[in-house]
Write a protein that binds this ligand. Structure first.
Ligand SMILES: N[C@@H](CCC(=O)N[C@@H](CS)C(=O)NCC(=O)O)C(=O)O
Length: 292
């Protein structure tokens, strides 16, 4: 699982480095990720944020246009940008629609035998990437991790975070999301993807792959969650995101505005123009917990 360095660009006094390796979680396919290391990583290990991207993205979209690197450099926090799915599995149907399959792995470990060898983005993000980065001797302190993401990646961030609390692993200190798919078992994107990846379909997804179900189950355990969505987001308007369902579930089990903050941003859409507007807020939010 040796890392191959593909490129390195200096940015905000730190470095954005692209790596490639053969991923066993993804069925021995090559995968790539970007790592932003702030300047202070040359002196001591730094905390890390995982950023999970949305549908159709690669490891590059957010690194190039999320406007996250400046605030991360200022806070002295690294960011890992994984890809959004395995690539090159050659499974029939995996490239038919942009909302499922290649570029749309939904951060699950597939249980449907058709996808189970390759579509294991949950293991890839939570276990494999920390392991390969650590084994490569890169200066990351994995006892200080947080997670954020956009759209499908917002679903990934919320479910990975809430699951790590549900199971007692507490891998991440905080979670934030831009326009997350917040209740996938009740929206067309989620029903299609979870229905195909999981042999038990949407019913199987309830336990660990639906943020709204998870927050209801957790009720009471301390959480640190920030969510932004835009009122002019067409996917919000067509009912793919359902942040109100997540918010209602959180309030119903007693979470207040400090623990679960959901902000409706007037006039913003689903794009990186929206995310880059609020990116610094998210980085500073996480830094509070990562540097505590
Ligand atoms: N291809 C889709 C849009 C896909 C899309 O908006 N993807 C979001 C994540 S859900 C994204 O970040 N796209 C890449 C980008 O904007 O750089 C469409 O035809 O409507």
């Amino acid at each position: 699982m040796a890392l191959e360095k593909l490129s390195s660009n200096k940015s905000f006094e730190g470095d954005l480095i692209k790596y490639k390796f053969k991923s066993s979680a993804l069925g021995d396919l090559d995968t790539q990720f970007n790592l932003f290391l702030p300047a202070n990583a040359s002196k001591s290990k730094v905390p890390v944020l995982f950023y999970l991207s949305g549908l159709t993205c690669t490891e590059d979209n957010a690194a190039q246009k999320g406007s996250f690197l400046g605030p991360a450099a200022q806070e002295g926090v690294a960011i890992v940008f994984p890809d959004t799915s395995p690539r090159g599995a050659g499974i029939e149907g995996e490239t038919d629609v942009w909302t499922f399959g290649v570029g749309a792995g939904f951060y699950v470990d597939a249980t449907n035998p058709k996808y189970a060898k390759h579509y294991n983005m949950l293991t890839h993000v939570t276990l494999e990437l920390p392991k390969v980065i650590q084994e490569a001797g890169l200066p990351i302190d994995f006892s200080r991790q947080s997670i954020f993401g956009h759209s499908m990646g917002g679903h990934g961030a919320l479910t990975l975070y809430l699951n790590s609390l549900r199971t007692g692993k507490k891998q991440y200190r905080s979670c934030s999301a831009f326009a997350p798919v917040s209740n996938p078992i009740n929206c067309p994107w989620g029903q299609k993807a979870l229905g195909e990846f999981l042999k038990g379909g949407v019913e199987e997804a309830k336990e660990q792959y639906d943020a709204t179900e998870l927050i209801s189950q957790l009720g009471g355990k301390p959480v640190h969650i920030l969510i932004d969505y835009g009122t002019s987001d067409k996917f919000y308007q067509e009912g793919q995101l359902l942040p109100e369902n997540f918010l209602k579930a959180a309030r119903d089990v007693g979470y207040d505005e400090v623990q679960v903050r959901v902000r409706s941003q007037d006039g913003y859409d689903h794009s990186y123009y929206f995310m880059s507007t609020f990116g610094a807020d998210h980085i500073h939010f996480h830094a509070n917990f990562l540097k505590a």
